[in-house]
Design a protein around this ligand. Structure first.
Ligand code: SF4
Length: 687
């Protein structure tokens, strides 16, 4: 009798993980450890763990201090809350595939879908998913339970991870005709799907099937059902003692498989017993064809699971090898991938992309086929994969192509470093020399955090050396902007620009796209400006007047003062013609004296208007800083000129005196002579 043992028989990834966590916890004997329900659906394993200190309990009620293991089936938030309220320490062994179902159900519920769980109402995993959506889901195990009256317009379907795939497809098939909108997530885990596929294949090649596993194990029961549904006589046993000689009478080929919670020892004791009952050496190869592409069942048909699994590839891997991997589950901190081996492998977030991301969910999706580099080989748990390294390899190739073609690539300045800038280009750190970071003098600090296009200047992947530049790009942009500028600019128009550079003779203003004009210091203000830095600083935005734009020389002259009010105009408004006012002599010329009346407001006293006698030069009667009284003869606003007279002040005074005299004579006694009056006047003057 030939015995064929299914390759996938035995512990799955989730069960192994739960057992490892419990092993670690049992090493610490500090506080009691409980498991909420049997840790796995295998009485022998549960009994063995109990002897080591793991006590199964049905409820948390009544448990004092201690630790509680959440099984791979998971629990809902109400159980977690209860454990926290009782100050129990949680050891969470929930299988990531189960967590995924809970998250999907919650999302569907929040998005307004009627959640349907295809599975067993009393199964711990299904209860946990129900709890996750606060009971707002319908559990359906059989298509006959689908009541068209109950089907909501929007239905979201998930599956118990260990559900029989054909049963899942049947329930979905019964729901779909009644739902207006239906979202279906086949959440049967990969371990289950493979075991079912292999059991179906194997059962077709043998006369008897033995399925080893706990009677309370859903996935073991489903394996037995699958084998039976193909017409093969199938027995489910928990251990070798249940095997009966009569089962094997006249049988030449027998298949053995086991549920995901069956330890190897139990499987081999069963195989050994079959040998004793007349079997030959175990044939460990089954019907799977090697090197077939791995496909996850995506379409919901009976045929979906009729694919062949390739040979175990783990032992064939070599460091540095590039392989394809299919993403089967994504959490924030990692992605689980299938490369066609016995188990799924984990790629941590840091190894998922060249550029860091906050969550693996932003980087890959379930169903993606990604290329990865094998970085470590060995036993299953030692294998390490990196998508980051594969991406980097591709990025270097892309960058080499960019350099060859003279193309551009986007870079982000991350820091100012000695001699230039550190720039992140597609996840590769590059260096941009200061001289290549802009046109003219560049404020490197101001560029940190900016993103812009760069050219590849130098590249050496072996040395991880990447030099980039933006100078040529800026130069080309500037030329184009200049051509556009000169084609539309008119002298006398106003423009807004940014101060890029200050010198002793003025400021350079960027008018857009790198087109620069000069604002000369003499054009900065109507008042005297000692240094351009007294008025402006780099980065300032200013409105300027284009006073000259020469397309031949490409020179642009700007003025700031010409769009500001002239101080002469402001000051002149306070004065009027005929007004007599004080002033200070500020300058003497051969033709007259300049007298300052107010800040920025000087008037001219022509030489003919300085005195009421003829003088050859103003300095005969005046010197700089003399305080004088002047009369405003004329205000010429158009030419910003004021004509003053000192002579008229004196003449006006004399006229006033004569007027006063005449008015006084009318009132004086008749006996007073003109000689007396003139004498009195002289005395008054002397006083
Ligand atoms: S059968 Fe699947 S879902 Fe369940 S514990 Fe194993 S790997 Fe996880």
């Amino acid at each position: 009798m030939e015995i064929i043992l299914a390759k996938t028989a035995g512990f799955c990834f989730g069960v192994k993980r739960a057992l490892e966590l419990v092993d670690q916890a049992l090493a610490d004997t500090g506080t009691p450890i409980y498991s909420l329900g049997p840790l796995i659906h295998n009485p022998a394993v549960v009994a063995e763990l109990e002897t080591r200190g793991l006590k199964p309990v049905e409820t948390l009620r009544g448990i004092g201090a201690g630790r509680v293991v959440i099984r791979s089936h998971g629990v809902g938030p109400s159980v977690i809350a209860m454990a926290q309220a009782q100050h129990l320490t949680l050891i969470d062994a929930t299988c990531p595939f189960v967590k995924n179902v809970q998250e999907l159900a919650l999302t569907l519920d929040r998005e307004g879908y009627q959640v349907v769980i295809v599975g067993e109402r009393e199964h711990a995993e299904v209860k946990g998913v129900l709890d996750a959506v606060k009971g707002a889901a319908i559990v359906i195990e059989d298509p006959d339970e689908v009541d068209r009256e109950l089907v909501a317009p929007k239905v979201g379907i998930v599956s118990q991870t260990t559900q029989e795939s054909a049963a899942f497809n049947r329930v979905v098939g019964a729901i779909v005709p009644y739902a207006k909108e239906c979202r279906i997530f086949n959440t049967i885990c990969l371990a289950t799907a493979r075991r079912q596929q292999e059991a179906a294949e194997l059962s077709r090649q043998v006369e008897r099937m033995i399925v080893v596993g706990g009677k309370n194990s859903a996935n073991t029961r489903h394996l037995a059902q699958i084998c039976r549904s193909g017409g093969t006589l199938t027995y489910q046993v928990e251990d070798a003692a249940e095997l009966q000689t009569g089962w094997f009478a006249g049988v030449s080929r027998i298949g053995v498989t086991a549920g995901a919670s069956t330890p190897d020892a139990q499987i081999f004791s069963v195989v050994e017993k079959i040998n004793l009952l007349g079997g030959n050496d175990v044939v460990s190869e089954n019907s799977a064809k090697p090197n077939e592409p791995v496909e996850i069942a995506a379409e919901l048909t009976e045929e979906s699971f009729n694919y062949d699994w390739p040979e175990d590839r783990f032992q064939e891997l070599v460091p540095g090898q590039i392989i394809e991997a299919k993403v089967i589950l994504v959490r924030d901190d990692a992605a689980f991938v299938d490369i066609g081996g016995k188990s799924d492998l984990t790629i941590p977030l840091a190894e998922l992309a060249a550029e860091p991301g906050e969550s693996a969910k932003q980087l890959v999706e379930v169903g993606d086929v990604i290329k990865v580099v094998v970085t470590k080989t060995g036993d299953e748990e030692k294998i390490r994969l990196s998508k980051r390294l594969y991406d980097l390899e591709k990025i270097w190739l892309d960058l080499a192509e960019v350099q060859k073609q003279g193309g551009v690539v986007e870079g982000t300045v991350t820091a100012m470093v000695k001699g230039g800038l550190s720039v992140m280009v597609k996840g590769v750190r590059a260096f941009m020399p200061a001289s290549q970071s802009g046109l003219g003098q560049v404020n490197l600090k101001a560029l940190v955090g900016s993103t812009f296009n760069v050219n590849v200047l130098e590249l050496d992947q072996a040395k991880h050396r990447l030099l980039v530049t933006r100078r040529a790009l800026l130069e080309a942009q500037r030329k184009q902007a200049e051509a556009e500028f000169f084609s539309r600019v008119t002298e006398g128009e106003r423009q807004t620009g940014v101060v890029t550079r200050l010198t002793d003779f003025g400021a350079f203003i960027d008018l857009g796209g790198g087109v620069e004009g000069l604002l000369h210091v003499s054009e900065m203000s109507w008042r005297r400006v000692k240094s351009p830095r007294d008025l402006l600083k780099e980065g300032d935005t200013v409105e300027v007047l284009i006073i000259k734009a020469d397309p031949e020389t490409r020179r642009i002259s700007l003025s700031l003062k010409q769009i500001q009010a002239h101080p002469w105009d402001e000051a002149a408004q306070k004065f009027a013609e005929g007004q007599v006012c004080p002033g200070t002599v500020v300058k003497l010329e051969s033709f007259g004296a300049f007298v300052n009346l107010a800040p920025s407001l000087d008037g001219l006293v022509h030489i003919s208007q300085i005195a009421d006698k003829r003088i050859a030069k103003p300095d005969e009667v005046l010197k700089v800083d003399d305080q004088v009284t002047v009369k405003i003869i004329k205000i010429d606003t158009a030419n910003r000129k004021i004509s003053l007279s000192m002579k008229q002040v004196v003449q006006d005074q004399s006229e006033q005196q004569v007027t006063q005299f005449i008015e006084g004579q009318d009132a004086a006694p008749v006996s007073q002579s003109l000689g007396d009056l003139l004498k009195d006047e002289k005395e008054l003057d002397e006083k």
